[in-house]
Design a protein around this ligand. Structure first.
Ligand SMILES: Nc1ncnc2c1ncn2[C@@H]1O[C@H](COP(=O)(O)OP(=O)(O)OP(=O)(O)O)[C@@H](O)[C@H]1O
Ligand SMILES: [Mg+2]
Length: 235
């Protein structure tokens, strides 16, 4: 069970409604440093909503989101933006690459924004790992959906964030590419201490997580240590 003092991220009693329809109802979730948690649940259960709220992109109607004991939505917007840029990586469900930039420029953006060193080296490494080097000069509209997804994953991890939020990052990928992404998420957690919160329907990738949290009726109803492998069936 997660210890609240060592938590890097904590959702505390979070509720969100859209048009009077409750999507999250007193949801609680804790992520520790280096912990890899898969978030599963049926379509429409609120996975993307929870990720956006946890990542500082959607204020809850009530409840708190704490990053290293700092209440995210009590920060001034500019401070929250700065914190997100340095501490978080976010892979949106439908990708959100910048069309005006090339694949390489999209990926290296977090390093530039944070004034980090070795931009060329770091960008090159993660592009190689994700099989993107040959697409360096292309723009997002000139690559496939799966390639866009891999570019978004590279961009979210290149600056070694404290927390990675990944919303169905393997939805458009074949089995081999999904496996590479799963390896990368595990490496980020183990080697760099990144806490990973992954929303997914893909059991093959969920079973690589340390823990599986299930979202039903607006709450995290189960938090299992182990998920039984079932050959990659979708939830
Ligand atoms: N901006 C919004 N305005 C109104 N309703 C919304 C908004 N965002 C989400 N919802 C609703 O909240 C519910 C949860 O949506 P969400 O996208 O979080 O589900 P999900 O679990 O990510 O689903 P999927 O697996 O299909 O991606 C849905 O009923 C959705 O229609
Ligand atoms: Mg979703």
């Amino acid at each position: 069970m997660a210890n609240q003092e060592s938590a890097v991220l904590r959702l505390d009693d979070v509720s969100i409604s859209f048009d009077d329809q409750a999507t999250l109802t007193s949801a609680d979730l804790t992520l520790e440093k280096g912990e890899f948690v898969a978030l599963v649940g049926p379509s429409g259960s609120g996975k993307s909503t929870l990720l956006r709220c946890a990542a500082g992109l959607l204020p809850p109607d009530s409840g708190r989101v704490l990053f290293a004991a700092e209440s995210l939505y009590r920060l001034r917007p500019a401070d929250r933006t700065a914190l997100r840029a340095r501490r978080f990586g976010f892979v949106a469900q439908h990708g959100d690459l910048i069309d005006e930039l090339t694949v390489r420029e999209n990926i290296q953006l977090p390093l530039e924004l944070n004034g980090m060193p070795d931009i060329g080296l770091r960008t090159g490494q993660i592009m190689r790992m994700l099989g993107l080097d040959h697409l360096s000069k292309r723009h997002p509209w000139q690559i496939s959906g799966g390639e866009r997804q891999r570019t978004a994953i590279a961009r979210a991890l290149v600056h070694h964030p404290d927390v990675l939020f990944a919303d169905e990052p393997t939805g458009a990928l074949d089995a081999a590419s999904s496996e590479i992404v799963a390896d990368l998420l595990v490496t980020a957690a183990r080697r760099h201490g990144t806490a990973v919160l992954l929303a997914t329907h893909d059991l093959r990738i969920a079973e690589r997580a340390d823990r599986v949290a299930t979202l039903t009726n607006g709450r995290i109803v189960a938090s299992e240590e182990v998920l039984t492998p079932d050959g990659g069936a979708r939830l």
